[in-house]
Design a protein around this ligand. Structure first.
Ligand code: 5U1
Length: 676
């Protein structure tokens, strides 16, 4: 084989691996093998510069710095999108479309995520990537070709046989959240300034005159449309936008997997809700969704108004970040005595709700973010995640804005505040003497997954503790109707309901009881493991460290927490008082008999099952001696899939983990004897 032939073979091989890795998410070879092929090609090209073409994968590593970016005229203008912020605005859009098309019926749309990145236009001539530019003013952008060549999932040559003479691909360059976190960790380590968010990091990386810097930044490209086109190969059969995206995929261009064809207003709004739910779990930031009339002839018919098409609209999500003033920092005392600084904020609308508080996590976090009282801060609320202060706006700091100081004594009970040498968290040393800890401990005890006492919420617990009616959970079972009905906003009927709920909670399970005790580091799953392993509370109380360490997932930290908790006479006293008050659990939950077929098996649930809720499926599996975890790994035995299963199903297939449906799960649950 000649050198030129070997170079060609290596290029094809590397392109195939790039496609598998970046676009299909299914690498065929380990990184070391890829590196070996790459180095061999680099070595050949170094000795034979005449063999280096613009589409060689070696061109992805960056080129010599440019003095400036040159202007590039787009062959067709890059349009922008009008925005909708409410269902009513989407309804108006759909009505305009139907009126414009004189369509009596529902219109079909292509619905897609709206990437929070940078719009770019790529030009392919005879299948080779020759030029790429930023959007600029829509007519003229900046030539960032060498930088775009470094984007790993951007094909330097179109796949498949037929390439058009000219193809202008429109899409967005972005940075995945994982790559952003890694980049910022590197920036931190090297003492360089961190990037504010993935969009800024992507923008800063793409607009680098030195493309070798871009090459180190892990950018991605996603295509969403076509500008100029000359030649054959675009879909002739159904003339739709979705078929056009299919064609781009066939050419090896990455397109968002979350796109859908939907019908009418209801389809648009259902898509918006679906992507809204998935938003936090997506690997990239999006700021909304885009709806496009799917039929290309209908798009043409609708045309444009100034710079935006009439056939498309962006339906934006509520902004996840907003700027407000940090009024003061309060300290919250948690169930385990942890002191958490909480920012009190001037009310601000963010992530779809008005936010007035945001967690600051701990003292070190306040220092790291250099937060002072009175600062103007950026607040973030993404999905259902607790709002947090992301950063301060230093230019807006008032003179004499005081620093935060962690108090030396608990603001609730005055006990000493202690902080272990290697601990981030400062704690009140007051234990159940501290009313704040007592309140939190009672709320946890009564919570749905613990003793499930309906109606025992925040306000009521506060009154019970402040009025000294309740000091420990056992006191709940001694409450009298007259005392409860004398509380504020408590009629006799609601007092009766509360006492009935307390009475009902007496029949529980050992797992719930252990969890309800609020032992540090003992969450619901550990409590279940302990209940299953020991089968009785007395056996758990008698267990020494060695016995505790035999329990599934119990390590030295959990074992120590348990020993500490049960080593305290006042905790044992509360446990005894609860038993004396009549709290009981059945014997049925002792370690499942060895005949249960799923004992020790690990399950992952994904998608919506036809009849079982997630909690019900989990309870059935656990009752049979199995375990449910959140993510698929080689240790998973079964992945139970329902409708609209996502990446967990793909992961299971990739790892060769058994995939079953609800019916097969039920069969397993009914089966006796060990599975192999
Ligand atoms: N997903 C997607 N984003 N986005 C942005 N599609 C899309 N289409 C756009 C823009 C500006 O414009 C075309 C509809 C012209």
């Amino acid at each position: 084989m000649s050198i030129a032939e070997r170079a060609k073979e290596l290029r094809a091989e590397i392109e195939k691996h790039d496609l598998q890795y970046y676009v299909l998410d299914a690498p065929l070879v380990p990184d070391a093998e890829y590196d070996r092929l790459f180095r061999e090609l680099q070595a050949i090209e170094a000795g034979h510069p005449e063999l280096v073409g613009p589409d060689s994968p070696t061109q992805r590593v960056g080129a010599a710095p440019l003095p400036e970016f040159l202007p590039v005229a787009h062959r067709t203008p890059m349009l922008s999108l009008n925005n909708a912020f409410s269902p009513a605005e989407v309804e108006a859009f759909d009505r305009r479309v139907r009126d414009g098309l004189e369509a009596g019926d529902e219109v079909e749309y292509s619905a897609e995520p709206k990437f929070d990145g940078l719009a770019v236009s790529l030009v392919y001539e005879e299948g080779i990537f020759v030029r790429g530019a930023t959007r600029g003013d829509g007519n003229t952008g900046e030539d960032v070709t060498p930088n775009l060549r470094t984007v790993g999932n951007l094909p330097l040559r179109l796949q498949g046989g037929s390439s058009p003479h000219v193809l202008e691909v429109r899409g967005e360059v972005l940075m995945l959240r994982g790559d952003f976190d890694r980049l910022n960790a590197r920036q931190r380590e090297s003492g360089e300034k961190e990037f504010v968010n993935p969009r800024n990091a992507a923008a800063g990386s793409l607009r680098q005159l030195d493309s070798r810097v871009t090459a180190r930044r892990s950018l991605r490209f996603f295509a969403y449309g076509v500008g100029a086109f000359d030649g054959a190969g675009l879909p002739a059969t159904d003339h739709t936008h979705s078929a056009l995206l299919d064609r781009l995929i066939a050419w090896g261009l990455p397109v968002a997997a979350e796109r859908r064809r939907v019908r009418g207003l209801a389809g648009l709004l259902a898509y918006y809700a679906e992507i809204g739910d998935k938003r936090a779990a997506l690997p990239y930031d999006i700021d909304g969704v885009v709806y496009k009339v799917n039929d290309l002839a209908a798009q043409e018919q609708l045309g444009h108004v100034s710079r935006a098409p009439r056939f498309a609209i962006a339906h934006k999500f509520p902004a996840e970040e907003a700027v407000t003033e940090l009024l003061t920092i309060d300290i919250q005392v948690g169930r385990t005595g942890a002191l958490t600084p909480v920012a009190r904020l001037a009310p601000v609308f963010v992530g779809g709700v008005t936010v007035t508080n945001a967690t600051l996590h701990n003292e070190d976090e306040v220092r790291r973010k250099n937060i002072h009282i009175g600062d103007t801060v950026v607040v973030r609320r993404a999905g259902d995640v607790i709002p947090e202060v992301v950063r301060v706006v230093p230019e807006k700091r008032p003179i004499l804005a005081p620093e935060f100081v962690m108090p030396k004594s608990c603001p609730v009970c005055g006990s000493h505040v202690v902080r272990g040498d290697d601990e981030a968290v400062a704690r009140c040393s007051g234990g159940l003497v501290c009313p704040a800890q007592r309140r939190q401990a009672l709320l946890h005890f009564a919570s749905r997954r613990a003793m499930d006492i309906e109606g025992l919420g925040d306000k009521l617990v506060e009154q019970l503790v402040d009025g000294e009616l309740v000091r420990t959970p056992a006191d709940l079972y001694r409450l009298r109707l007259t005392a409860v009905s004398n509380l504020e906003r408590m009629a006799e009927k609601s007092a009766g309901n509360l006492l009935a709920a307390i009475e009902k909670s007496k029949r529980t399970t050992l797992a719930r009881f252990i969890y309800a005790l609020g032992i540090r580091n003992v969450g619901e799953t550990t409590a279940k493991d302990l209940a299953r392993h020991f089968g009785s509370l007395d056996r758990l109380l008698a267990a020494d460290e060695a016995r505790l360490l035999q329990v599934n997932d119990v390590g030295p930290v959990v074992a120590q927490s348990l020993r500490q908790f049960f080593g305290e006479p006042h905790n044992l006293d509360v446990v005894e008082q609860l038993r004396a008050a009549g709290v009981v659990w059945g014997e049925g939950e002792a370690a499942p008999t060895a005949t249960s077929a799923i004992v020790g098996k690990t399950f992952v649930l994904t998608g919506t099952l036809p009849s079982l809720t997630r909690d019900a499926a989990k309870a059935l599996i656990e009752a049979g001696g199995g375990k449910v975890t959140g993510s698929v790994s080689k240790k998973t035995d079964f992945v139970v899939v329902g409708a609209e299963a996502g990446s967990k199903l793909e992961k299971a297939q990739e790892l060769g983990v058994a995939v079953i449906d609800e019916e097969q799960l039920r069969e397993l649950l009914n089966k006796k004897g060990a599975l192999h």
